[in-house]
Ligand binder design. Sequence first.
Ligand SMILES: O=C(O)CCC(=O)C(=O)O
Ligand SMILES: [Fe+2]
Length: 261
Amino acid sequence: MDAVTRTLREGFVAEVAVMPSPPGASSTGVPPELLRKLLASYGLVILRGLRLAPSALAAFSQHLGVPQPHPQQGPFPAHPDSRYVQVVRSRTDGSAEPYTWCWHTDSSSRLNPPRYTLLQAAALPETGGDTLFADMVSAYRHLPPHWKHLLEGAVGIHVHPLWGGTARHPVITMLPDGRQALYLNHVAMSGIESPRGTHGPGLIDSLIAYATQEDFVYRHCWGPDEILAWDNNTVMHRATPLLPGAHRVMHRLAVASPQPH
Ligand SMILES: O=C(O)CCC(=O)C(=O)O
Ligand SMILES: [Fe+2]
């Protein structure tokens, strides 16, 4: 057996303990079909005991879809060893809050935003620098009836100066197994058009506050040799600020959705 799987939060977070591969082995120890199966029913999959060089991370990502090359527009530089891997350095100088500290789904202002994101730590601070995830399936399931009614058939307008583009996405996403999820982004939504009216930042702020309440949130405290894989259709996420002077470097990679929504 290559890997042992455990549920941390039902239908939301799963963890895989990856057995070390022998030196020179071509396999990562994570069967691709296991990862795909887990991401079909969990928003976040934590692969513990796995560290991949940037080019190996890019090769591994192909099990989930088509890795998106480093975008022309965007806040993160490409890794010199792979044009698919972006390097995320957290700011510690107290300057303007980076967007990763706000609740978001990745690159939602694109017409075909990445369905999955892979994130690995290259350098971690002693404390802090956690990543938070919010379960958008549970958030939809528990949505108060007046919001369910308002958001039925509603479209979110996503615009972002850094990522570029403008896109319209349904606020409620339907998954292949019939589950539904909220699709929101606090840094890239300018409005919501519903058959029952047009709404601006007030509704967006209220929905984000509701969807990120403690009951729906999982906090990931990073350890060494971990790779996170998440489904941008079923979770929102955000980084947490660091202590002054702390150093944190992440490698990230976005995988295109097989079908635009
Ligand atoms: O740095 C983090 O914890 C999250 C970064 C992020 O938002 C991303 O890679 O998409
Ligand atoms: Fe992100």
